[in-house]
Design a protein around this ligand. Sequence first.
Ligand code: MG
Length: 252
Amino acid sequence: MRLKSATEIEAIGRAGEIVAGVLSMVGERAEPGVSTEQLDEAAEAFIRDHEGAAPAFKGLYGFPATLCTSLNDEVVHGIPSRDRSLQEGDLLGVDVGVVLDEMYADAAVTVPVGQPSEEVQRLLDVTRAALEVGVQQASAGSTLGDVGAAIQAVVEDAGYSVIRELVGHGVGFAPHEEPHVPNFGQRGQGATLEEGLVIAIEPMVNVGRRYIRTLPDGWTVVTADGSLSVHFEHTVAVTREGPRVLTQRPGA
Ligand code: MG
């Protein structure tokens, strides 16, 4: 695990502000009739408007776009497309990474298109709450198991399931660093968090069972049972003062 200095955490935070700006902008534009490709183009333009900033996912492992856009039973890594127009009632997951002056930040939100059903609203609320408790555990001296166990408890107490094959990760000098940050686990287990660690915490929560599969495009991960899935993510620094979210959207 490569720890970051206070100065480096500030730099990741500047990338994180752009990430938060992208997610706010995309959330506002996520209306019926808009294609996921239009959202992707707007996101890339927004990022490149900031001097020294670029999309972090475009070209990463060959991914073709700025955003991952994942609808309904799609969990993560959906590819924006001009043929994919949002419809009333869709559930849109948006994940974006930004590199600014060689420092990386990463976050995701899921937004309803139009008015969400009660069931969808509850799923969104539970997943956001799971991320929040995970963030609260991100203090020096806690373990990765403490983070995962806190998230898992919120999700499973609500009757939903947590995906195991996909996990959060270290971030900052690169888009993906050690350690893996599972959204499940046992208190007291796993590596101990240290001041200067920066991690992306990103619960992925299914209404149905936890199992997933990847579509033939090689990217899009969907729930195996076709149930809805929701994803929220923040980049979080472990600081002397406790957890510090580096991708907070103003007013969110
Ligand atoms: Mg991530």
